[in-house]
Design a protein around this ligand. Sequence first.
Ligand code: XMP
Length: 323
Amino acid sequence: SWTTGNVIDEQVAAIREQVGDKRAICGLSGGVDSAVAAALVQKAIGSQLTCVYVDHGLMRKGETEQVEKDFVAATGVQLKVVDAEERFLKALAGVSDPEEKRKIIGREFIRVFEQAQAEIIADEGPAVEFLVQGTLYPDVVESGGGTGTANIKSHHNVGGLPEDLEFQLIEPLRKLFKDEVRMVGQELGLPEEIVQRQPFPGPGLGIRIVGDVTKERLDLLREADAIAREELTAAGLDREIWQCPVVLLADVRSVGVQGDGRTYGHPIVLRPVSSEDAMTADWSRLPYDVLAKISTRITNEVRDVNRVVVDVTSKPPGTIEWE
Ligand code: XMP
């Protein structure tokens, strides 16, 4: 019968058999899938695995630290963190078109990841032959049930790597659905904050700034997002809502008043949605007192933001993200 224990035992044995005394690498995105895949492979082959995490500077507050500290503490994995903030911000400078932003972020991500791979291979010798991917069953089905190079989220993770890459793939989650992956992660001892994580797009906060992306705007959005997340968690709403993008309308200003003075600041949009699979979604009817708390805190605590609005559009016609 299906138990997480059986799945883990089976996969650990299969991975050991497959890898032997060779080495593997794994890209971590901060999301659930890659974290659980890495933890499973780590359990199987320990120090023969090296993980790579590309910090593109578009992460939310505390996210990189969570991977660096909590994930490493829970798994003991060898982690190579690449700080690529400057590179990404430079590539994104002056770009406000959503599709262009996505393409730039995807391209830069792959370049940085490949560079890190090359460094690991140079350090560890030529025996790095395996690449771990957090491909899930729905990904396999949606990509035509192929032999595994296609990963749906190819715009930001290693699924977008060139086909001539000389790696064999390890995909220990290929038969699992998201809820099963969470169960396996829990059984492997991963912290709740990683296992129960809500979806977050690979291009990160870069596609939550309407307008071009700058460090200053990212810092501002990071603050607003952290406040919203904190209050939603405090209100016990994390499981109820699918995710709540927080969006900065950087190209919009409106007039406000604070103390004795006029302000001319940016609006922040809250986009709380409920969904089963992100294909369709409804806007979440959040309690007014929670919205009030978030609004008060954001306008008080975040410089240059003087208005908070709630997005009440379902998907379709809106998408979950604004870009
Ligand atoms: P949309 O905005 O298309 O989003 O309604 C549907 C779901 O996908 C997430 N999303 C992404 N996830 N890379 C990802 O890994 C991406 O480029 C990306 N774009 C959107 C979004 O957060 C929502 O859960």
